[in-house]
Design a protein around this ligand. Structure first.
Ligand SMILES: Nc1ncnc2c1ncn2[C@@H]1O[C@H](COP(=O)(O)OP(=O)(O)O)[C@@H](O)[C@H]1O
Ligand code: SF4
Ligand SMILES: [Mg+2]
Length: 332
């Protein structure tokens, strides 16, 4: 594993991505899909980025891989700011950061054979001699436990889990160091989800990969993520290592999420926070309320919460919380 200077492969600093969706008398109307997000991903780890639908997870994924240009903020990959290079990213950089999308049904071209799907990234990003391309494609299929004759099939003729394995093989083809997994199992049948997760975990070890693993399913992260970041309405509420996260969640929103995760053992039941019941609906990202964006739903709301947006505070080493309840304990 190459560690360049520090232990972070990816550092996202105050990232904003707004989409203009129209205008009214007061001017343009924006969806604040990602609204000042900072986090880092360390070499070789899995950072779980968890949030409900619409919280801005895919927008972060697409911005990190260069499909979107940030509205503002920085994306540092191996200490180099790559945010504004979106769209015109050099190939040498594109090859390093790959993505697996949520729905392999739409991310794989149904009119191509799997051979064509795998050939493109190999030709674009590696200098595999022409004669060895087929061998290399078979190797990629072996990595995801698909037989060599799958090269001649096309996506509509194989199962959903197999399609996602092909998408994973395609992401592996350029020999990347970071893979963004955008809800890689949520469009799949429950029966194949565990198989995909186990394969991803094995590949991570075998190939020294780093994962930014995006999901709406917090319970999935328990055995998968080293650290977890929770998103709500375009912002991060809490970041901690996975053990701390499940044992000592601090932010009212994460407590609410964890109190609704099913438990397996009595020990877990004992550790689980008391049921935190939220009130009301998630506001729209077009109309984010002032102050803490969770204040309309938070059972612990104080007067300051509807006026001042809390800052990220490190309340213990590597445990970061954005909530006025914890301001006084902050060390940095
Ligand atoms: N291209 C776009 N144009 C306008 N709004 C968008 C666009 N992409 C995402 N959004 C909006 O931004 C918010 C975050 O979306 P998304 O990042 O897809 O969330 P998630 O992946 O967490 O479900 C949503 O309100 C969504 O409707
Ligand atoms: S800042 Fe206030 S409203 Fe927001 S989560 Fe903390 S206590 Fe609740
Ligand atoms: Mg999404």
């Amino acid at each position: 594993m190459t560690q360049q200077g520090n232990s972070e492969i990816l550092k996202v600093v105050n990232l904003k991505k707004y989409f203009r969706i129209g205008k009214d008398k007061r001017g343009p109307i924006y969806v604040r899909a990602v609204d000042g997000v900072s986090f880092n991903v360390k070499y070789g780890e899995t950072l779980g980025l968890v949030g409900e639908s619409g919280s801005g997870k895919s927008t972060i994924a697409y911005t990190v891989v260069g499909m979107y240009r940030p509205t503002s903020g920085q994306i540092l990959f191996k200490n180099q700011n790559i945010g504004m290079e979106a769209v015109r990213r050099p190939l040498s950089l594109k090859k390093e950061i790959q993505i697996v999308f949520q729905d392999p049904g739409s991310s794989l071209n149904p009119r191509q054979t799997i051979e064509q799907i795998l050939r493109l990234p190999l030709k674009l990003h590696t200098n595999t001699p022409k004669k060895q391309l087929k061998e290399k494609m078979i190797e990629l299929l072996e990595k995801v436990e698909l037989p060599a004759d799958y090269l001649y099939k096309s996506p509509p003729s194989i199962g959903g889990g197999e399609k996602q394995m092909v998408a994973i093989a395609r992401a592996l083809a350029p020999n990347p160091s970071l893979i963004v997994l955008d809800e890689p199992t949520s469009a799949l049948d429950v029966s194949v989800q565990a198989k995909i997760i186990n394969k991803l975990m094995d590949l991570q070890k075998e190939l020294n990969l780093t994962y930014l693993f995006i999901t709406h399913d917090l319970s999935l992260m328990r055995n998968v993520a080293n650290r977890i970041a929770i998103m709500y309405l375009g912002k991060i509420c809490e970041v901690a290592d996975a053990a701390t996260f499940f044992e000592k969640p601090l932010h009212p929103y994460t407590q609410m999420l964890i109190s609704s995760v099913p438990v397996v053992t009595e020990e877990e039941e004992r550790l689980k926070p008391k049921k935190v019941v939220s009130i009301g609906e998630i506001p729209s990202p077009v109309n984010i309320p002032p102050g803490c964006s969770f204040h309309l739903r938070c059972p612990y709301k104080m007067p300051i919460c509807s006026e001042v947006d809390p800052e990220m505070k490190e309340v213990a080493p590597e445990h970061i919380v954005r909530c006025h309840l914890f301001g006084k304990q902050a060390s940095g």
